[in-house]
Design a protein around this ligand. Structure first.
Ligand SMILES: NC(=O)C1=CN([C@@H]2O[C@H](COP(=O)(O)OP(=O)(O)OC[C@H]3O[C@@H](n4cnc5c(N)ncnc54)[C@H](O)[C@@H]3O)[C@@H](O)[C@H]2O)C=CC1
Ligand SMILES: C[C@H](O)[C@@H]1OC(=O)[C@H](O)[C@@H]1O
Length: 256
């Protein structure tokens, strides 16, 4: 038999930023693939909406209203999961944000906020999940980067730096943790319509610029991202490590 399983049945996934957008889509997609899902975000009402979808699918949802930039709250999440004997088999570091300042205008506060939200939080969650996965004999860690981590976009140098750092962090964690059966990969999306981007994508001239450099001539739909996220979380990706999968309609290969 050559076809490995794409199912997540019997697994528990933790998804940060699961209150809306890409994180909510991945959390629900993982539930549809059979996983129980630990969902983390800042807004309880958003979490409850995501949990409602998961319950309709028939798997369990564990809700944690937390700020991923607060290390104490990150530690508390894992202490609570440990006390409830919930093992995280799959971690998706999705929470992220952007402040699209020009380089000369970036304030120290903006730098801190973007770096802490997009990069430091992902490292903290990876450390906490990684030490448990090492004990458990393996696991899957997926961090959401961006094409902005691979090519220069007009959406801000600090954001781009966090997304490039995620690509390198992914390689280094894979190098250290592959021996423990842990697969560490990242996904690099191009534009997907979410609360983070909806204002930008509503501007027809901006959208025209996006489509001009996108071979598939459309922005991403959330199922376009959930499929790769399920693949990387499943047994089908057991020998994929340290990679970044760009889900971008071909944008990152666009030349002239
Ligand atoms: N939407 C897009 O076109 C693209 C998004 N991405 C990345 O995908 C990820 C998700 O983006 P979207 O769903 O579009 O964003 P979004 O803004 O729609 O959702 C982000 C989620 O993260 C949560 N979050 C933000 N800061 C948090 C914090 N400090 N503590 C806890 N939760 C926090 C928000 O509450 C929200 O639920 C981000 O890492 C983003 O950089 C990457 C490329 C393109
Ligand atoms: C493709 C980028 O990641 C996208 O561009 C933006 O302006 C948003 O901040 C997203 O990050």
């Amino acid at each position: 038999m050559y076809l490995p399983s794409f199912s997540l049945k019997g697994k528990t996934a933790l998804v940060t930023g699961a209150g809306r957008g890409i994180g909510r889509a991945i959390a629900i997609g993982y539930a549809e693939a059979g996983a129980d899902v630990v969902i983390v975000s800042r807004t309880q009402s958003d979490l409850e909406e995501t949990a409602e979808f998961i319950h309709r699918v028939g798997t369990k949802a564990y809700l944690f209203e937390a700020d991923v930039t607060n290390k104490g709250q990150v530690e508390e999440i894992f202490e609570t999961l440990d006390s409830e004997h919930v093992t995280v088999d799959i971690l998706v570091n999705n929470a992220g944000m952007n402040i699209r300042s020009r380089a000369l205008d970036v304030s120290d506060e903006e730098w801190e906020t973007i770096m802490n939200t997009n990069l430091r939080s992902a490292f903290w969650f990876s450390q906490k999940a990684g030490e448990r996965m090492k004990e458990a004999g393996g696991g899957k860690i997926i961090t959401i980067s961006s094409v902005a981590g691979h090519v220069a976009l007009r959406t801000g140098v600090v954001y781009a730096s966090t997304k490039a750092a995620i690509i390198q962090m992914t390689k280094n964690l894979a190098l250290e943790w592959g021996q423990y059966g842990i697969n560490v990969n990242s996904i690099g999306p191009w534009y997907f319509k979410t609360p983070l981007t909806e204002k930008l994508l509503a501007d027809q001239s901006y959208l025209d610029d996006i489509l001009a450099v996108t071979p598939q001539k459309r922005v991403g739909e959330l199922p376009d991202l959930v499929g790769p996220a399920v693949f990387l979380a499943s047994e089908a990706a057991n020998y994929v490590n340290g990679q970044t999968l760009f889900v971008d309609g071909g944008m990152s290969i666009q030349g002239f």
